[in-house]
Design a protein around this ligand. Structure first.
Ligand SMILES: CC(C)(COP(=O)(O)OP(=O)(O)OC[C@H]1O[C@@H](n2cnc3c(N)ncnc32)[C@H](O)[C@@H]1OP(=O)(O)O)[C@@H](O)C(=O)NCCC(=O)NCCS
Length: 165
């Protein structure tokens, strides 16, 4: 008989059940999005502290996607305030394990996070994404996100021709 593939379930994140798997995801998330950064024990200990703290806040939402008992995705969102928004949804983390990508799981987790933001009265959602993270950029644009701000960088260690002379 052919094996049946069950659709993964979105569940609230539990430190006891999912914590260690979600910590392992952070190697790719942070080393991919902050080139040169190396995830180490101290970083993971701090991340664990932040996760546990978030679980106690009504303004932080954390979910996992579970397939056959395995965590295949993770999303973390928060409600924040800015100069112009009293309540703004902010996506802090979105991850899908490499072998389960391209099946709509990222979009599904994003939709769950957005429903939660809406339910807490946030009229808009925002997120930060690295400019060369093309799969994430495509996902966010397909899901309706627009670029509103650019963060620019310049390498100051390289000598430049004095163009203004
Ligand atoms: C970014 C990330 C979360 C996307 O997850 P994902 O589950 O692959 O996302 P989706 O499946 O919803 O979308 C990915 C692609 O699959 C396609 N897709 C979705 N469902 C599909 C289906 N049923 N059949 C075929 N293709 C499908 C989408 O159209 C999309 O195509 P595109 O890349 O050409 O736009 C994932 O790549 C990841 O975890 N990256 C590393 C961590 C990271 O950088 N996170 C973002 C931090 S800002």
């Amino acid at each position: 008989m052919a094996a049946t593939t069950r659709l993964p379930a979105v569940k609230p994140f539990s430190w006891r059940e999912h914590g260690q798997q979600v910590l392992q995801f952070q190697y790719e998330v942070y080393e991919r999005n902050f080139p040169g950064f190396r995830v180490d024990g101290a970083f993971l200990a701090d991340y664990e502290r932040q996760l546990r703290q978030a679980l106690r806040s009504p303004y932080e939402g954390l979910w996992v996607l579970v397939e056959d008992g395995q965590v295949v995705g993770f999303a973390w969102a928060a409600i924040i305030s800015t100069l112009v928004d009293e309540r703004l949804g902010y996506l802090k983390n979105l991850y899908v394990v490499p072998w389960a990508r391209g099946r709509g799981y990222g979009a599904r987790l994003l939709a769950v996070a957005e429903d939660w933001m809406r339910s807490l009265g946030a009229p808009r959602a925002t997120l930060d994404v690295t400019a060369d993270n093309e799969s994430a950029l495509r996902l966010y644009q397909r899901c309706g996100y627009q670029i509103k701000r650019h963060r620019m960088e310049k390498d100051l260690t390289e000598q430049e021709e004095e163009a203004w002379l």
